[in-house]
Structures are given as C-alpha cells and as structure tokens.
Unconditional design. Structure first.
Length: 312
C-alpha cells in the first residue's frame, strides 16, 4: 500500500468514535518502534515531521525511512504529515517531496491573514492530491521552532470556525482547548483541564468535520522517574491525563498528536542502559532499548487512549 492521505482515516475515525495517532518521527528507531506497534495492533497511523525533524534528519531521509516502513508493512495505512508548517514555501516543499498531508500553522497571525495563507496552501496542496490541516487558537509550550508563552496562548473561538473552514477549504482543523506543547503542560498543584465546552461548540458548528488536538502527550511519570534516577533533571513535567484524551477521541477529534511521550521513553531507555551497562559503546545496544520503549508507548496509546486498534 502506498502512502495515503488522512481523508478516509478521519472519516472512519469520526464515525467510529476513535482517533488516529499522529506520532512525530526524527530517526530510524522511532519510525520502527511506531510502525511495529501499529502493524501488530492493526492500527492506521500518521507519521509526522516537524520543522526540527526536517532540519535534523533532512527531508529526503525522513521520506525514505517512511517508504522503508511501508515496504516492510505494505498492509498498514500510513500518512506522512508535515507538523506545524510555518509558511507556504515549507508546505509546498513537503507536497513536492511526497508528503500526503501538510499543516499550515498561521495561527499566530490575525484571522484574515491566517485565512489568506491557509487558502494559498490549500489550493496548491489540493491540486497535488494532498490534504491540509490548519489551526485556530494558539497553544502554549515549546516544540522545536514552536515557542508560545502562556500569556500569548489563546483558546479557539467557536464563532470563527465556520467562516475559517468555509473560506479556506481546509480538510481538518487543529483547535486549542487547553493542551500545550512539550513536557511541562501544567503548573504543579493545578488540576489539568481541557475545555470540552469549546470542543462541543466547535462540533455543533462543524458537524462531521475532523478536529485535531496538538500537544497531547501525557508525560508518563514512570519514564520521567527513570530519567531522573539516571542523571536526568526533569522537574515538574506534567502532561494531559489520558482519560481526557480518550473522551476527546470519542467526539470529533480524529487526530491526536503525540511527540514528547516518545522522546521521554526514548531518553529513558538510553539513560537507564548507560547506567546499567557503562561498558556499552555500540549504539545498537542502547538504541534497541530506546526503540522498544517507543513501541511500548505507541501500543499503549493505540489501545488505551486512541481506540484505533483493529481499525485498519
């Protein structure tokens, strides 16, 4: 099976009350861990590359890694997605490079400018058979080149969504309801909370339209603990409770982005291996442990959070 777009994935997810996992990829081991878990659980997936991943691994390497995954698992529906495309040029480059889905993130611009930039991306992408995700509202947090302070973040205004989708022609919409990028999503002592009232109102105004949640890592404390016990210094890392994400997946949220959890599991595997085996110097020794952690995390997300197992 060649790379697919998210159109059919999202339709089935919306109707079935589950979400597709969109997992960020940066290297071979992360791709392998994600894809092996998805293949064993028969779950469609989105593999997505941020601007940081494209700079680190180079776009052609990322595309070839995903092509290799398809060759190993031809039965698995995989979409290749650009995460947080900053402008038209980046989105165009990814469309031209074989991505089947791109996100244009002009959410930091005034509404009409967001519409203008998004519409330009949509026109180019659709002409090449590629789908487009856009964003309304601004998430706080840090992820690669996306850096937004809490003071500059904003919830999505449901009054804007119909006009935005109608004027741009986007295929899915990322909204801000309280998730945030990175491993430090909430202040210690505060209760994590998502604005399901905003989600419900968006759903009412955009019936049968796929919604996306960014910044949806849950920051598993077992991996934070392993990192800190083996020389790390992650203090007060707090994520989104998984039961909240499962609730969102049962609604109109068809794509849930997960990145920080994979980074934590990957790093925990390496740090623990270095502590237990200081004699190791072969990268394969510690990277295979990191890869297994990624696989375990993805398998857990698919079954317990997304509900996408068996949905190929």
């Amino acid at each position: 099976m060649p790379l697919v777009t998210t159109t059919e994935m999202f339709k089935k997810a919306y109707d079935g009350g589950y979400a597709i996992g969109a997992f960020n990829v940066n290297n071979m081991e992360i791709v392998q861990g994600i894809v092996e878990a998805a293949a064993e659980l028969k779950s469609p997936i989105v593999l997505q590359a941020s601007s940081g991943a494209r700079k680190y691994a180079h776009p052609s390497y990322l595309v070839k890694l995903v092509e290799a995954a398809i060759q190993d698992h031809p039965e698995l529906p995989i979409a290749l997605h650009l995460d947080h495309g900053a402008d038209f040029e980046i989105c165009k480059a990814c469309v031209d490079n074989g991505f089947t889905s791109v996100m244009i993130d002009a959410s930091g611009m005034p509404f009409d400018e967001n519409v203008e930039v998004t519409k330009k991306v949509v026109e180019y992408a659709h002409a090449h058979g590629v789908v487009v995700e856009a964003e309304l509202g601004t998430l706080a947090g840090v992820e690669d080149d996306v850096k937004v302070s809490a003071e500059n973040s904003s919830y999505t205004n449901p009054d804007d969504v119909e006009e935005f989708v109608g004027r741009t022609g986007v295929d899915s919409l990322a909204i801000a309801i309280g998730t945030s990028h990175g491993a430090y999503k909430f202040k210690p002592g505060t209760k994590p909370q998502l604005r399901f009232d905003i989600l419900d109102e968006v759903v009412r105004r955009l019936p049968n339209f796929p919604i996306v949640l960014h910044g949806s890592s849950s920051v598993p404390q077992e991996y934070v603990k392993i990192i800190n016990e083996n020389g790390g210094a992650l203090k007060d890392a707090i994520g989104v409770p998984e039961e909240m994400l499962r609730q969102a997946a049962k609604s109109a949220v068809c794509k849930i982005n997960i990145d920080s959890d994979l980074r934590l599991g990957f790093t925990a595997g390496i740090r623990k291996t270095f502590t237990e085996h200081p004699e190791y110097f072969d990268p394969r020794e510690y990277l295979k442990v990191a890869r297994q952690n990624v696989k375990d995390i993805v398998a857990h997300k698919i079954t317990a959070v997304l509900g996408s197992d068996g949905k190929m």
